[in-house]
Design a protein. Sequence first.
Length: 113
Amino acid sequence: MLKIYHNPRCSKSRQGVAILEASGKDFEIVKYLDEPLSVTHLTEIIKLLGITPINLVRKNEKIWKEEFKGKTLTDAEIIQAMVDNPKLIERPIVVHDNNAVIGRPPENITSIL
């Protein structure tokens, strides 16, 4: 099952939903700002993406700049920061079976359809 971790206020995320709709495939929308991810769930997504946690952080967000920028953080601390502040999670993320991509640019999503 396809799943998109979506922020409706984000244009790239909305474009990601449009790509999935155009594919004709069934998919689930997870509004991760409304349904916060657990540490375990976010860790699984990061593993599927094949990246380190810092590469999933939106470093231009105010909360990152004010509370975390310049600090030496472990992967676990970075993941906890994203769980506690879901706005820090890059979006959209699309998961399909055992694969995942960050939809930036949104066309990246077609690689796992």
